[in-house]
Design a protein. Sequence first.
Length: 198
Amino acid sequence: MNKDTHHISQALLQAYLDQELNQAEQQEVLSHLEQCPACQEELSRLESIFTRLDNLPELALDKDLSTSVLAQLQEETKVSPAITWILVLEALGAGTVIGLLIPAIRASAWLSRLIDTQTEIQSAVNIFLTQLASSWLVWWSGLQLNIKQTAKTLLSTGYFPGGNFSPWILILAAAGIGLLANYILLRSDPIRSRNHKR
């Protein structure tokens, strides 16, 4: 039953008419039909449709189409001789290739060499990345040392009247100058002004 409107659905009524419901469902439909005139009306409408369909006269066909349909189906399912030979040759070719490859794979040790080569490549990449990281750390340490020495020189000359000097001050100053330069360049970019006309 449809819980929104509390009526039996058309599908359930058709199943009831076709006697496809189990005993409990059939009893539920019967008890609802006793109380609901709308569902009784729908059931009688469906019964009249089924009665009219059953009373329609049988039409005799002018021509028996079953033999022509079956013949056409058999013709469509036949494989042409050319396709058959192509499939046979492809199967023979695949079998030959597989037959030649299996002994070649068993006889040669190229697979183990390939695995060794892959391991060597991975080792070389790891060594390269380690060297890159260590050279970057050496460069960074050298940069910090140079900045500290420059700062000590500037402090000893009296340009900076402070006590301790951190190399981060120069790094931040350089970054600030770089950002300022980018802002100035991007602000006066002729391409940007051409593309964004108002």
